[in-house]
Design a protein around this ligand. Sequence first.
Ligand code: MLT
Length: 302
Amino acid sequence: MYKINCLNKISPVGLDLFTDHYEMADQFNEADAVLVRSSSVHDLELPPALEAIARAGAGVNNIPLDKCAEKGIVVFNTPGANANGVKEIVIASLIIASRDIFGGVNWVDSCKQDPEVAKLVEKNKSKFAGTEIKGKKLGVIGLGAVGVLVANALIKLGMEVYGFDPYISVDAAWNLSKFVKHAKSLEEIYRECDYITVHVPLTDTTKAMFNKETFALMKDGVKILNFSRDALVIDDDMIAALKSGKVGRYVTDFPNPKVCGVEGVITIPHLGASTSESEDNCAIMAVRELMEYLENGNIRNS
Ligand code: MLT
């Protein structure tokens, strides 16, 4: 009987797949395998019997990969399982970066008891006017499962899309519409694009990739979306770029006390993959990976 511990809430649609050879363990230190979403495993003592950790999500920066490799613990993730959820929130975010929907909604809420609200709206609504995304240039950095979906969806909404990925796979290239321009360098994206959305893992190469040097290469007023990881951005440089108008808007899925509330920042509380469909898909993929490994020794998405 394999003991499985869940460090976070994992969709029952996935957990129900476990057969009679598995039981849920309340205690982490008793586990043969662990399912985790966003909790950090870095400071936990790894259980002696632990054989595998499955991350119900794409990023694995909450898992101590070196320690796991040393101990022979296999780490899985669920690439692509939440990609559609992230794609949809990116589309919404491009629009909220361009239209002051929140400003308008909060203002109208503040005067909702006023019988003259309709007249007040006519007087005030010009304060909340925005711009359209159609015809604007969008840079998609990272053409993995999410980046490809984002690039193809935004072309359909009339954007001119530039994609950049130094490691683009044959599959991703195949799935990319012929209408996406393949940028030759990040500099090309920075130079050309009105909007930049980033879909890369956090690595030594991508950490701090948005900093004062790279902001200097971008268009004035560029709008940046970050649904990857907070540490891609140097906070102080982002704040200075927002203050100077170099960056027009920063939409981030990572609550960060330093940046949250700064003018021009829209902080989303890590909701990119928080849809019932994405949570179900991640749970199903993670549970299947664990069972396949524990029962047959086969490794997928490690
Ligand atoms: C991911 O890495 O795919 C996301 O962080 C998933 C999540 O929100 O749990």
